[in-house]
Design a protein around this ligand. Structure first.
Ligand code: FES
Length: 280
């Protein structure tokens, strides 16, 4: 059932402009999309980019399009669609204007729940450091090996520190599943290492096609289903075609990942990027 919360007077957002509000601890961005000076339609989205949490209200764009100021992902605020990576849609909220007052449906926000139990974790072949959420009762000492759920799959990480309670907790990159066990370690050790083969096959194809992409490294995730190829160069359609071809040849999911960009936040985490250009 809708639970309408007043935001303010609708006239405060002139046609073609946008404004941020905080509702139940969530910052939302309201866009007034209009043709010229005529009143148009209001759209509300979570202001944190689903990639790495940049403020979308600061993005450029016209009509219903907005481009994230951090990595240029392009979104449609009317549909929530992410044109670059369809798996990373915006969170949208219902709005209405009643007697000139702009109102948002508070039912979609739910209860804020207990404060997030966050840890700083180092993970991935590139040694990224980011926040991961854990169960409220979980505690992990410095340098504990943990199993993580990220946007790329299941992988191994190392605890650096616990993060104290924060008024505005950062977006978690994923969640901590549990401490890494001796059984996990033997499963990891017994994995067939396919990275050298994938790395070589990919480099050969890139050279044959004259692509301006350099493969820097290759990583096999703990889930034994995902192989990540790190590259230097721009994201281009030819890379996506190559990924599809490799995916058709292997039983693992092949993901290309720019070496200078941390992975996307997992949709199962408490917040907001990576770019699996190729989901299997
Ligand atoms: S934070 Fe928005 S595209 Fe990266």
């Amino acid at each position: 059932m809708a639970n309408w919360i007043p935001l303010g007077n609708a006239y405060e957002i002139s046609p073609g402009t946008r404004k941020a509000y905080t509702v139940k601890g969530t910052e939302i961005a309201v866009f007034h999309v209009a043709d010229g000076d005529q009143p148009g339609t209001f759209y509300a989205i979570d202001n944190a980019c689903p990639h790495q949490g940049a403020s979308l209200i600061e993005g450029e764009g016209c009509g219903t399009e907005v481009t994230c100021p951090l990595h240029d992902w392009n979104f449609d605020v009317a549909t929530g669609e992410c044109h670059d990576f369809p798996d990373f849609a915006l969170t949208r909220f219902d709005l209405k204007v009643e007697t000139g007052v702009l109102m948002v449906d508070g039912a979609a926000f739910g209860d804020p729940g207990p404060p997030a139990n966050l840890f700083l974790v180092r993970y991935g072949a590139m040694g990224w450091v980011d926040h991961f959420s854990a169960e409220p009762e979980d505690d992990y000492p410095h340098r504990t090996a943990v199993l993580l759920e990220t946007s790329r799959g299941e992988e191994v990480g190392e605890i650096l520190s616990a993060v104290g309670q924060m008024e505005k907790p950062p977006t978690a990159a994923g969640s901590i599943v549990r401490e890494f066990t001796p059984t996990d370690q033997s499963a990891l050790t017994s994995q067939e290492d396919v990275t050298a083969r994938v790395f070589q096959d990919c480099q050969t194809l890139i050279q044959e096609r004259g692509m301006p992409t350099e493969i820097i490294d290759c990583e096999q995730l703990f889930d034994q289903q995902t192989v990540v190829l790190y590259y230097l160069g721009s994201r281009m359609p030819a890379l996506e075609i190559l990924a599809q071809e490799l995916n058709a040849n292997y039983t693992w999911r092949i993901v290309f990942h720019p070496v200078d960009e941390a992975p996307a936040a997992s949709s199962c985490s408490s917040g907001g990027g990576g770019c699996g250009c190729n989901e299997k």
